[in-house]
Design a binder for this molecule. Structure first.
Ligand code: CA
Length: 412
């Protein structure tokens, strides 16, 4: 859906205020922290200075790191201040020159990604992927309902929305290889896919050796973004035994330019699906005060055509459970850590969050205006967008994630 629709249904009003980092055409070398308001971005550091705010020290930076590291009380107080600034008419004249139209600025990755992990926490996706990749076998592995399965990925190749993604090259087995031929072929992937996911951004660190319990989720996680976990299915199928994803995913992961504060999604909290196995105490959220799921409505578009509407409320494991599991062995958190939810899929075909599932590994091509698609072709553009229920009947938009496929670079 459009990011701003008629009837006052504004996804980026004062109830949202996601954070981003931008530059302007006249000062392309000076990155500034901003908050999005409708279709403009407020220079947050300049606003703090103009209003004599004590939060200038956290906001007058070229990235979000200092605010992310400042902790939950600072996140709440700064958000309250920003909400007041953009809501109080008395500030309008002072802030007007500090609001830049979005189509005049360039957006950047707003924080340095520290460690990156990705989960596999949607039962519909896991069952579909299991049926496609292990036909005749168990859809879910025996551990799946006891822990949120995940892997550690490559932080250095996380890119901001809008960055082109070069088709990766690597080893794969092909259908044309003779039966029993153990040798792979080398070349550009023929199965470039997307995974529609939600990313969680860690602000406050934790010391090594100290697990982060479920109840401390809000003390550590700063905000939420959309995330596209680009995947090369043929490379993945060949390399992934027995240790899982490696080069099939490490070439690029795209995230929104905007980080939505966790607090902006308070009205979107929903209970996750009923658990069918008892959980170990560190993952047991049945007695938590607030439900751990989020009612995010995601749309996947390819070349401008909507192909899927994955419901994030269908995630079996919550972001708090994923964080508790990520740290239960004593692994520390760092400011800028990012973790992906895992592909979001629902029970219906039109709710599947990857082309692997939407086309059943190419057996059921999508009939798009741009032509039939099994996997992505060079030049294809993928857009993830999402909204969630906000306070008082409003909607909260997440920053979209776009990425266009560029041809492979073949040097050999
Ligand atoms: Ca993934």
């Amino acid at each position: 859906m459009p990011e701003r629709s008629s009837g006052g249904d504004d996804l980026f009003g004062p109830h949202n205020l996601p954070y981003g980092v931008f530059t302007t055409a006249d000062e392309p070398g000076r990155r500034r922290l901003g908050v999005r308001l409708h279709d403009r971005v407020l220079d947050a550091g300049a606003a703090a200075r103009a209003l004599g705010s004590p939060y200038e020290a956290l906001l007058a930076h070229g990235d979000l790191g200092p605010l992310m590291a400042a902790g939950r009380t600072a996140w709440r107080d700064v958000r309250r201040a920003l909400t007041a600034w953009v809501s109080v008419p008395a500030h309008r004249a002072e802030l007007e020159p500090l609001l830049h139209p979005l189509d005049t600025v360039e957006l950047h990755l707003p924080y340095a990604v520290a460690d990156y992990a990705d989960f596999y926490s949607n039962e519909h996706h896991a069952a579909n992927a299991g049926a496609i990749l292990r036909p005749g076998g168990r859809a879910l592995t025996p551990n799946w309902k006891h822990l949120p399965v995940g892997y550690h990925g490559r932080a250095g190749t996380v890119v901001v929305s809008g960055t082109h993604v070069v088709r990766p090259t690597g080893q794969r087995k092909t259908l044309t290889a003779s039966e029993g031929d153990p040798r792979p072929v080398f070349g550009p992937t023929a199965k470039l896919d997307i995974e529609a996911e939600v990313g969680f951004v860690v602000g406050a660190p934790s010391p090594q050796g100290a697990p982060v319990p479920l109840a401390a989720f809000r003390d550590h996680v700063f905000g939420v973004c959309l995330l596209n976990d680009w995947s090369a299915r043929d490379i993945q199928a060949w390399e992934g035994q027995p240790l899982g994803p490696f080069l099939a995913k490490s070439f690029a992961t795209s995230v929104s330019a905007w980080v939505t504060p966790l607090e902006a999604l308070d009205a979107a909290r929903v209970a996750p699906p009923a658990r069918t196995e008892p959980l170990l105490p560190y993952l047991d959220d049945t007695h938590d005060d607030e439900p751990g799921g989020l009612d995010l409505h995601i749309t996947v578009s390819v070349n401008g055509e909507e192909v899927s509407h994955p419901p994030f409320s269908s995630m079996y494991w919550t972001a708090a459970q994923q964080l508790a599991h990520l740290t239960v062995n004593g692994a520390s958190l760092r400011t800028g850590d990012l973790y992906g939810s895992g592909t979001v899929s629902g029970p219906e075909r039109a709710q599947r969050g990857s082309l692997l599932e939407l086309t059943w590994d190419g057996a059921e091509p999508l009939d798009l205006e741009a032509g039939k698609r099994t996997y992505l072709e060079d030049g294809d553009e993928v857009v993830l967008s999402a909204w969630a229920p906000g306070p008082d009947g409003t909607r909260v938009g997440l920053g979209e994630v776009t990425g266009r496929v560029a041809p492979a670079v073949t040097g050999s």
